[in-house]
Design a protein around this ligand. Structure first.
Ligand SMILES: Cc1cc2nc3c(=O)[nH]c(=O)nc-3n(C[C@H](O)[C@H](O)[C@H](O)COP(=O)(O)OP(=O)(O)OC[C@H]3O[C@@H](n4cnc5c(N)ncnc54)[C@H](O)[C@@H]3O)c2cc1C
Length: 379
């Protein structure tokens, strides 16, 4: 039996986040983009409505919600401002390795404190020489007595410098490549943790992206997640879990662009009638709507599999890739529908187009998603 209806609770969640986004994010989205500014005020207010740590189980202070709810939130936030969506979503991404592989004792110790306030998480995987090739990472973790000492630097970290808790992937034996990697939780106030300059980005400028540096960072050995040397698996499982929500944020950008293009097309008169009366424009809008709907269903399906305990490596890669490509295509068409005005910062669609591009790059580029998909269907 297939049921595409959201439950009453999910509809209430959707309305809560849509109202929040319209009231707290949309009015400042342009300004945050112009000034390339992260907004702690929005984070605080999102925490006040109880959703900042939505995926954390209730026993550790979260809302205990699933991946499908994450898609609903991601779409609404993405439609309002993809930069803010990245910051709030990136926080959950940073906690996901912990949710997957943290012991109950460590969760009690670190997570309960983290969720008690408007604190952000961050996911530290990428390095200057290890982007798509995660197994090439060079950050080291050396066990000495009952402590690990971490050294290295992580590149392009969402919420870098503003997060309170980092999930960090480091190698205990570089020769073993992916089999030598372990995962750790590192509180940001640990001596030796620092952040680099804020990256000056094309889009999603309302989220801070920085290098995060670990210089002789001592952490208790119990801050290691899982069994040790299983960090690569934890990272891959994290990305399986998060890609539906990332895709949903891309759906949000595409939906906002479609709505802006539709409204403009009904208003803009050329050759004596609204451009929406031209079949050439209608076909563009129809194609945009088809892609948005298809991308949403792919994200919801991947999330549904996750929430029902089924592996979704294939489906989450398909969802993330299709939704990212959709966001790029639909926002580009939205700029086209608005003509010269679409190219101007006075209208929102050029921001949507800049924001959309990142969805083909982070959380694994869309080439890497295609590799994952091919590997799955060929195996
Ligand atoms: C704004 C922003 C925020 C980010 N946030 C985070 C974060 O919070 N945490 C984190 O850990 N990382 C983060 N990243 C890093 C992001 O995940 C990487 O940028 C991405 O995985 C690609 O790595 P790279 O930039 O080193 O590109 P490279 O791996 O150098 O790739 C360059 C190009 O080559 C292609 N390519 C590489 N290998 C192959 C292959 N085998 N086959 C075909 N094509 C290939 C890629 O698709 C890409 O087009 C962020 C990046 C950005 C830009």
């Amino acid at each position: 039996m297939i049921d595409f209806a959201l439950t009453e609770e999910q509809k209430a969640c959707q309305k809560l986040v849509r109202d929040f986004a319209l009231k707290e994010i949309v009015p400042v989205a342009h300004e945050l983009d112009e000034e390339q500014r992260h907004s702690p005020e929005i984070v605080e207010k999102y925490h006040e409505i109880g959703l900042l740590h939505y995926a954390v189980p209730e026993e550790y202070g979260g809302a205990g919600l699933g991946s499908l709810e994450g898609c609903i939130f991601g779409e609404e936030l993405g439609a309002a401002c993809a930069g803010v969506a990245a910051s709030l979503g990136g926080s959950i991404l940073g906690l996901t390795p912990f949710l997957i592989a943290g012991s109950p004792e460590l969760k009690e110790e670190l997570l309960t404190k983290h969720t008690s306030g408007p604190n952000l998480g961050a996911f530290c995987l990428t390095e200057p020489d290890a982007g798509s090739d995660v197994a090439a990472l060079r950050t080291t973790a050396v066990l000495e007595g009952d402590e690990y000492i971490i050294n290295g630097s992580k590149r392009f970290i969402t919420n870098g410098g503003v997060a309170s808790l980092y999930s960090v992937f480091a190698t205990e034996n570089a020769e073993l490549r992916h089999k030598g990697i372990s995962a750790f939780m590192v509180p940001a106030d640990t001596p030796g943790v620092s952040s680099g300059k804020k990256e000056d980005k094309m889009g999603q400028r309302a989220t801070d992206t920085r290098e995060v540096i670990f210089s002789d960072v001592h952490i208790p050995a119990r801050y290691r997640l899982g069994e040790g040397l299983d960090g690569f698996k934890i990272a891959m499982k994290t990305l399986d879990d998060s890609r539906a929500g990332v895709g949903a944020a891309a759906v949000g950008i595409a939906r906002a662009a479609l709505e802006a293009a539709r409204d403009y097309a009904k208003e803009r008169v050329q050759f004596g009638k609204p451009i929406a009366a031209q079949q050439g424009i209608q076909f563009m809008l129809a194609d945009m709507a088809m892609k948005v709907n298809a991308a949403r269903l792919l994200c919801w399906h991947a999330a549904w599999l996750h929430d029902n305990g089924q592996r979704n490596t294939l489906e989450s890669a398909i969802a993330k890739c299709f939704a990212g490509d959709t966001a790029m295509a639909v926002t580009t068409d939205a700029v086209q529908v608005l003509g010269g005005y679409g190219y101007m910062k006075e209208y929102p669609v050029e921001k949507y187009m800049r924001d959309a591009k990142l969805h083909q790059i982070y959380e694994g580029t869309n080439q890497i998603q295609r590799l994952v998909i091919a590997r799955q269907i060929l195996s």
